[in-house]
Design a protein around this ligand. Structure first.
Ligand code: GLV
Ligand code: MG
Length: 326
């Protein structure tokens, strides 16, 4: 029997509105990433790095992580997937070399829960051997083909290290033979809806069922910030927590789109305070109460908690406060 959600312990909620991809083969880009406004930096050893450049890229990444300067950012490294010959060396070299300065390993092209378990076991051995805190390093699981998608529920539950489920649209489109070369845009000939809706929702349901973050992948037309906004806006509207950025020019848009609007954030905090007050003895121990013209109850509190958590994680400050009636 699977574990009910209330019995699983969620890991700390990190803000991941913008996830900047940085090729591990470029010390210059690794250096530049420190000063950018990304919530997360992921240093790539996979598709942005040519096979011959991978050994050097591992060294660059270890050096960049140990040098530091990524304060406040989530630091992730994308290794190669388990069907290649590189994964174990990627993990061993990066984690042994820079484990305490690393937050997550991103595993691409995850197809089965076993692949996550294998990474979990390897991480645990490296942590034990090197005296690192066991279990601290998280796993980000990227879903990039049909098998990964149909197994996404098991993948989300495969290890308590899993923090995010990420959609990899470019590989996914290729793997299902979608008739389009433009990532994020609708395939020509399909004019009756959003061709990505099912995939995004499937990932989102697994993420929400097991307290993981849902992250949308890249938008490749890096000069088209309006296009990025449109595609990011759809994922954000469904409930996704963030999106990749392939270029610094996409960061402001991602941070804005995946943050609550200021008035929604203020309202969420007011609902939480008002609900706390009205359910207390001083407020009359009520189950439902009025906040302005709106009736609030336990379900309102749950919705407010989501917006409030996202706003707090993004460092937002409230501009209104709730004052109990005289
Ligand atoms: C990202 O890895 C993608 O395939 O879209
Ligand atoms: Mg990919």
């Amino acid at each position: 029997m699977s574990t009910p959600k209330a019995m699983t312990t969620p890991r700390a909620l990190r803000s991941r509105r913008s996830n900047l991809a940085v090729p591990g083969s470029s010390p210059k880009m690794l250096e530049k990433a420190r000063g950018l406004v990304a919530d997360q930096i992921f240093m790539d050893l996979e598709d942005a790095v040519a096979p011959l450049a991978k050994p050097e890229a591992r060294k660059n990444i270890v050096a960049a992580l140990n040098e530091g300067g990524f304060d406040g950012k989530v630091r992730s490294v994308r290794v190669n997937d388990w069907t290649t010959q590189w994964t174990y060396q990627d993990v061993v070299e990066v984690v042994e070399g820079a484990g305490p300065n690393l937050d997550c390993i991103m595993l691409p092209k995850v197809q089965t829960a076993d692949q996550v378990v294998a990474l979990d076991l390897l991480l645990t051995q490296i942590e034990k051997t090197n005296g690192f805190e066991v279990g601290r390093i998280g796993i980000e699981a990227q879903i990039e083909n049909a098998l990964g998608l149909i197994n996404v529920d098991a993948i989300a539950q495969a290890s308590p290290r899993v923090e995010t489920i990420i959609f990899g649209p470019a590989d996914f489109m290729a793997s299902i033979n979608m008739k389009s070369l433009v990532v994020g845009e609708q395939p020509p000939g399909y004019d009756v809806g959003d061709a990505y809706h099912y995939i995004l929702m499937r990932i989102l349901m697994a993420a929400r069922a097991f307290d993981k973050q849902a992250i949308d992948g890249p938008y490749l037309q890096i000069k088209d910030v309006d296009g990025f906004r449109r595609v990011a806006g759809r994922a954000a509207a469904l409930g996704f927590d963030g999106k990749w950025a392939l270029h610094p020019g996409q960061l402001d848009a991602a941070n804005e789109i995946f943050s609550p609007r200021q008035d929604d954030y203020d309202k969420a905090e007011m609902i939480l305070d008002a609900y706390d007050y009205y359910t207390s003895a001083a407020g009359g121990a009520k189950g439902a109460a009025m906040l302005g013209d709106e009736m609030i109850d336990e379900a309102s509190r749950k919705m407010a908690l989501v917006v409030s958590a996202k706003g707090r994680a993004a460092g937002m400050a409230r501009t209104q406060t709730f004052t109990p009636p005289e």
